[in-house]
Design a protein around this ligand. Structure first.
Ligand code: SAH
Length: 389
């Protein structure tokens, strides 16, 4: 059944595959994509430990719960929305994407169609003229909630109330709309300033039976189905007994720590993004979890302080960004001597670098499990269990 379903889905084609650059492997069948990823992870990691079979998705399409469209006007004066062409700032027009939530894509097309009658011009990155820069949409997998973030080049949005009313009328499924102002010359999508135009200003979603609040700027895994698989594996590999103190480093809105909290004595979460930490603290209250403490700091500096204070921890979960962890973090972690380290990585190359560093310093890798969080693309998530020798 599963293979049959995949065969049908494998026939879907993307019209902008060559220009977009978002999906490097979409030309391959899903089975082949998984083979490619398995090969790459094996090549990088099998010198450290046994690499398990990659865990793929049953339906590897339309999984992205965070969808971003950049707006522009073409030479003929037509408004377009889509993605930047690979390696450039030229916008490729995209109406529907094989990996994005379809509700989000529909809303983006609607917004594009509304601009002319509301006399809203798209923002020109070079001249700074115009208003609408990007639209960012986040959808709750379980809750069905939808947040639309309108990223504008100016805080002056003349027809905003009517625009919001008209958009909600066409898409009553939208639960919140936020205006974000980004008037800087930057490749970052979101600016600092925010104003809630409709609803509560965030969405909630359920993951592994816990409810999470997700604000516009907080990091949240983009594939909810596979995140549950990944976190389930991470917690299983940690082999928690109930009396441990654990660290959730690079914790985002606190997902891993909050999910692990019922299996341990105490959780300490650390995260650099202020908004994410605020969400994490609210998430602890929302789920009535009392054995978790969050800190808004650089993870390396924080670990360094903990090590200096001779604090003890039993298990460290770390889930750093693509660039991986730092020597400061890893040195401090090792000096605290946890019995286990669970490293979750979205970049096998920096994972290889960090594992090489850790195994030279008293730890051994037991198993690496690749989880396909990003079908169609070349990216792969990996969860590694490491034990003190
Ligand atoms: N564990 C979370 C988030 C993982 S993404 C989850 O699964 O949802 C990586 C997180 O690391 C992001 O939230 C990012 O803001 C944070 N981060 C990046 N650099 C950091 C640093 N130097 N110190 C602490 N957190 C950092």
């Amino acid at each position: 059944m599963q293979t049959e379903k995949r065969d049908v889905l494998d026939k879907l084609n993307c019209p902008v595959e060559d220009k977009c650059g978002g999906c490097q492997l979409q030309h391959l069948s899903y089975e082949k994509q998984l083979e490619e990823k398995q090969k790459q992870v094996n090549m990088l990691l099998d010198k450290f430990c046994n690499v398990g079979d990659i865990i793929g998705m049953e339906n590897p399409y339309y999984y992205r719960n965070k969808v971003h469209a950049v707006f522009d006007t073409d030479k003929k004066g037509n408004i377009i929305s889509g993605v930047y062409e690979a390696g450039s700032h030229k916008v490729v027009s995209v109406d529907s994407c094989l990996i994005e939530d379809q509700r989000a894509d529909n809303i983006i097309v609607t917004i594009r169609g509304m601009l002319k009658s509301f006399k809203i011009r798209t923002y020109n990155e070079d001249t700074g003229v115009g208003l609408l820069r990007h639209v960012l949409i986040r959808t709750g997998h379980m809750s069905g909630e939808i947040m639309v973030v309108l990223v504008l080049g100016s805080h002056i949005f003349p027809s905003k109330n009517n625009f919001v009313k008209a958009l909600i009328k066409i898409h009553p499924e939208i639960t919140t709309i936020v205006m974000n102002v980004n008037n800087k010359k930057t490749s970052m999508v979101l600016g600092e300033r925010e104003q809630v135009l409709y609803g509560k200003g965030f969405i909630e979603d359920t993951l592994c039976d816990k409810v999470f609040r997700i604000s516009p700027k907080s990091f949240y895994q983009i594939n909810a189905v596979q995140t549950e698989v990944l976190y389930g594996k991470a917690i299983e590999l940690a082999g928690l007994k109930g009396n441990e103190t654990i660290i959730d480093a690079y914790c985002g809105i606190g997902t891993i720590g909050l999910i692990a909290s019922s299996h341990v004595k105490k959780v300490i979460g650390v995260e650099l993004n202020r908004d994410a930490v605020k969400d994490a603290i609210i998430n602890a209250k929302r789920n009535n979890i009392k054995n978790i403490y969050f800190y808004n700091q650089d993870a390396g500096v924080f670990m360094n302080q903990m090590a200096d204070e001779k604090q003890s921890v039993d298990v460290v979960f770390l889930d750093p960004p693509r660039s991986g962890s730092t020597e400061q973090f890893l040195d401090s972690m090792i000096s605290m001597n946890p019995k286990k380290v669970i490293y979750i990585s979205c970049n096998p190359e920096t994972l290889e670098r960090d594992l090489a560093y850790i195994v030279k310093r008293g730890y051994e890798a037991k198993i690496a499990i690749p989880v396909d969080m990003f079908p169609g693309t070349e990216h792969c998530e990996v969860c590694v269990e490491m034990c003190r020798r």
